[in-house]
Design a protein around this ligand. Structure first.
Ligand code: RIB
Length: 300
């Protein structure tokens, strides 16, 4: 069984700052580091490091060739990434504060240049039962979902970053939602999602999308998995955060890797939680994602 992540690849410009900038403020940063990132790339790297046969599709400009090397080193197949000479790669400006928190300014670049012909060409190599993982940092997500559904792929959606485009997607085709409580609330059109119990929120999502399994991340309160058969709660592993960038992507990649390997859900949730905790102890997005052996042996 193969897994295809059709998603973004970004050059992350990460600035270490005392605090996140306020409107109108000018602040000197302590350092600048350039990392490989993008929700798509990070999730592909996590899947591959977790031991899955992972293919990545997307687009970069000439300036992003090093992103391919990072993915190849992690074991990701990159032949479906288009290199364009007419557009620059996606990039971000990330402020990373002393608590390890961040805020991210995103420039779509090549990630927004996906063409339907590329989608058709890529999906021709996949079929029934293969997994497709999507986020919300590329264009043509709805078309990719339609075509993937037609050929019987299992669709995993991480609706992040959340915006109105998500609500226009054919969400009825999603087999697994991986999302936080704010994203879940927006999909359900609720205003009070942050205040309601995670299990209740996951249940409401399941009422709307009955065929789907839901993995809801709840920050310090851990995460919840729910499908028709079971509900599993997972707590977080406490660590000293250096940089939380890609923690969610690491969780997504490790969780889906476990499902693809046929592990019990409890084990998938535990591995995902361990892997994302390790990722936040390190700077950067993709470089912070641990290998499976480390996730298994790490002592918290
Ligand atoms: O989820 C983290 C990622 O979001 C970063 O790597 C950045 O590129 C943004 O896409």
């Amino acid at each position: 069984m193969k897994v295809l992540c059709f998603g973004s690849l970004n050059i992350d410009y990460t600035y270490k700052v005392d605090h996140i900038l306020k409107k109108g403020e000018t602040l000197s940063s302590e350092s600048l580091q350039v990392f490989s990132g993008g929700k798509g790339l990070n999730q592909s790297v996590a899947l591959a490091k977790a031991g899955c046969d992972t293919y990545h599709a997307g687009a970069i400009g000439e300036d992003g060739r090093f992103l391919l090397e990072v993915m190849k080193e992690a074991g990701v197949h990159t032949e479906h990434v288009k290199i364009r000479d007419d557009v620059r790669s996606g990039n971000t400006i990330i402020q990373n504060d002393k608590e390890g928190d961040n805020c991210i300014l995103l420039y779509g670049g090549a990630n927004q240049s996906i063409e339907r012909a590329q989608v058709d060409e890529v999906l021709a190599g996949f079929g029934q039962g293969d997994f497709l993982i999507l986020q919300n940092e590329i264009n043509e997500v709805a078309y990719i979902m339609e075509k993937a559904h037609e050929i019987g792929m299992k669709i995993v959606l991480n609706p992040s970053p959340m915006n109105e485009k998500i609500l226009k997607l054919p969400l009825q085709y999603v087999d697994y939602f991986l999302l936080n409580e704010i994203e879940a609330g927006q999909i359900l059109n609720r205003e009070d999602s942050g205040e309601i119990d995670g299990i209740k929120l996951a249940g409401e999502l399941r009422e709307h999308f009955a065929g789907a399994a839901v993995v809801l991340t709840l920050g310090g309160a851990g995460s919840v998995y729910m499908d028709a058969q079971e509900t599993v709660r997972q707590s977080i592993y406490k660590v000293k955060a250096v940089d939380t960038t890609a923690a969610g992507d690491t969780f997504t990649g490790y969780f889906i890797a476990g499902i693809i390997k046929g592990l019990p859900v409890k084990e998938c949730m535990d591995m995902a939680s361990r892997a994302s905790a390790i990722a936040v102890t390190r700077p950067g997005a993709a470089p912070s994602i641990p290998l499976a052996a480390e996730v298994e042996s790490f002592v918290f």
